[in-house]
Design a protein around this ligand. Sequence first.
Ligand SMILES: Cc1ncc(COP(=O)(O)O)c(C=O)c1O
Length: 412
Amino acid sequence: MSTTTSASRRAFLAATAASAAHVWIPRPVKGYTTAEILAPVKPMATGISKWDLDTPALCVDLDKLEQNIARMQRSLVANKLGSRPHAKTHKCAAIARLQMAAGALGICAAKLSEAEALAAEGLDRICLTTGNLSASKIRRAMQLRKRTPQFIQAVDYEPNAHDLNAAAKEAGIVADVVIDIAVGTRSGIPAGADALALAKLVDRLPNLKLRGVLSYDGGAQHITGFATRKERALTNIADNARTVEAMKRDGLNTEIFSGGGTGTYSIQHLVPGFTDVQVGSYVFMDMQYLAIGGEDGNPVYSDFASSLTVLGTIVNNRFPGRLTTDAGAKAFTLNVPRPGVIGEPGMDYNPGSDEFGTITFKQASRSYKMGDRLEMTVPHCDPVVNLYDYIYGIRQDRVEVVWPITARGHSQ
Ligand SMILES: Cc1ncc(COP(=O)(O)O)c(C=O)c1O
């Protein structure tokens, strides 16, 4: 190397030293796997008081959760029905395992990606209650069925049955299928001749195996007042039950006639031919369900305990009759009714700001300092759970376990 070149190189280095930030100096770096990059931040350890958790924190009271699962199972067994709990509510493999251990026939999933995530955690008896229409999802569903032989796919549309059959053939399987028969107008094929024709088609297609029928009545679940709810639920599903009877007469398989939810679980056994209930919210309960009223005439629906809460921290206490917390729409969603502050019936909690909750009150049970925690009941459990990576399992105010929300954000 010539002196001139070396001098100009030194000058260059000196000139750039001042702006060293612009000089990229390669250093050894740790190689992260995709799983590590995508893994959510690890939550705090177990054993601590729930009041020491960083917030907003999603919590489930384990005693109440266990009681809810046991109570549902006892009631369904007494009514000679099975349970196929809907995992759309909790999206959590650990809770699904508790439901299976209590005697569930299987679990339901609302979306293919939810089913895939739960299956990857070893849950094998999954019924996907929603049809898939895109070629890619149909193929994925049949691949899932190949990996998970007890997977069941819903179908409510004749061309879709043909597409499923083709995808099952391509995957080298005979796929289990249930016909989704509408109760109301949300989804599903209308009861009667259309549904019967679809059932016959599925029965004929060589790579599909007809297992029965789904009929979930979303409209009846939250009807206020037990007597009205019962009357409406039984009226709404009558045509579906007649269709199932017609299927039976025609020699079609009706081993599954599944539907119902937390609001009608104790009514469904009155539907002829009904086999199992797809209850979801009963594990947690929420403000919406608490308001529908019980069979005993109590305005609060108390068959199951409210086990799901969000903890928030007070970040502003400086204005009379007002508090601000760190838990807003991104902690609760904007569903109604508003979150309920536990122990403070006089407080109105408005989660309207993205990151802040605004509380107004005339009277509180005590005064609150900056940094104090409050615990809230959630408006509607399913969409709230979907906002969190982890749920803290609490027993007697201590964190006993931290469960990942396995299918959080899996909405495809
Ligand atoms: C198809 C289906 N089945 C079951 C459920 C669970 O119902 P619930 O949360 O009322 O128990 C739902 C909830 O939306 C649903 O969409």
